[in-house]
Write a protein that binds this ligand. Structure first.
Ligand code: DGY
Length: 319
């Protein structure tokens, strides 16, 4: 029996690749870097199913040039890189990978929060560069985290996991969300407020929104002005949720204490202002980057593809 033709845009962890090569015929050998536009087109054109990542922009034109394609399993929880309407028009199912990366991403939001508040990269740099001359009473003084207010913008799965972790720090939680989540998804003491109130009442603000037209520059100059000068902004969701130029201005003018960023407006480019500010901690989009999360993301993609090819409902369909 011939194996279904699959296009995989990037090299995935070995445990995922070995299942893929056993169960599918790969129409192209994936590499570690994002594919050129032409090879992405060609791969989609030949395949019945595709696994793509957030670095591939899949537009109407690409979808129209893919006559056999039945399913795109996006190797991410976010799917702003795919034109969902165009996929729907062509009858192509699009799926994502929720749940399996929730805890890894929540851990990373906390890693950034603590690293930013307690100036961990600066301390690491000092020791590594041999510039540390010994304990000092006023060296690299940071901000307290314990009992400070944590603001969650977007109380979905990841926002919820970040908020749950705050219990050990005895942090009051304020949050905003497009729709109020079910009471079973929030603790009784968590307060649902407007975005403006969350921004003005929080010491730490962590963003967990999908990228849509309404969340692009959700945090712009006006919103940054609502934040406390002692507050920290953490983003592990999507870069364009923050207006980076406005963020750099706010940080330079000390209207904000710091920012911990895993995602950027124009990845992998960085706004030049974000490079030179000591109060900014930057990571290269590592939110879901644990081995087990990335393997499970691959398995979720496979499960969804198999469902579509076997004419069953895809468990994680997003269009
Ligand atoms: C996602 O899943 O959307 C992350 O940004 C990449 O893992």
């Amino acid at each position: 029996m011939s194996l279904p033709a699959l296009y995989v845009s990037r090299l995935l962890p070995p445990a995922v690749m070995s299942v893929l090569t056993e169960r599918f015929r790969l129409v192209a050998q994936p590499g570690p870097l994002p594919p050129e536009k032409q090879s992405l087109r060609k791969g989609l054109e030949e395949a019945e199913a595709a696994i793509c990542t957030l670095t591939e922009q899949i537009d109407r034109e690409a979808l129209h040039a893919a006559p056999r394609l039945r399913v795109i399993a996006n190797y991410a929880v976010g799917y702003n890189n795919i034109d969902l309407d165009a996929a729907k028009d062509r009858g192509i199912v699009v799926t994502n990978t929720p749940d399996v990366l929730t805890e890894a991403t929540a851990d990373m939001a906390w890693a950034l929060l603590l690293a930013t508040a307690r100036r961990i990269p600066e301390g690491h740099g000092l020791v590594q560069q041999g510039a540390w001359t010994g304990w000092e009473p006023t060296q690299l003084l940071g901000a307290d985290v314990y009992e400070k207010t944590l603001g969650i913008v977007g109380m979905g799965r990841i926002g919820n996991a970040v908020a749950r972790r705050a219990a050990g720090f005895r942090m009051p939680i304020v949050y905003c969300n497009r729709t109020a989540p079910a009471p079973s998804d929030t603790a009784p003491s968590w307060r649902h407020l407007s975005l403006q109130k969350v921004l003005s009442e929080s010491d730490f603000i962590s963003l967990h929104v999908p990228l849509t037209p309404s969340t692009r520059h959700l945090i712009g100059a006006a919103e940054l002005r609502l934040m406390r000068p002692t507050a920290f902004l953490i983003n592990t969701s999507r870069g364009p949720a923050i207006d980076e130029a406005a963020l750099v201005d706010a940080l330079r003018e000390r209207r904000l204490a710091g920012a911990g960023l895993d995602v950027y407006e124009q990845e992998p480019a960085l706004h030049p202002g974000l490079r030179s500010l000591a109060q900014v901690v930057t990571l290269p989009h590592l939110g879901s980057a644990t081995l087990s999360a990335r393997v499970r993301m691959g398995m979720v993609c496979i499960e969804n593809i198999r469902a579509v090819l076997e004419e069953r409902p895809a468990p994680n369909r997003v269009n």
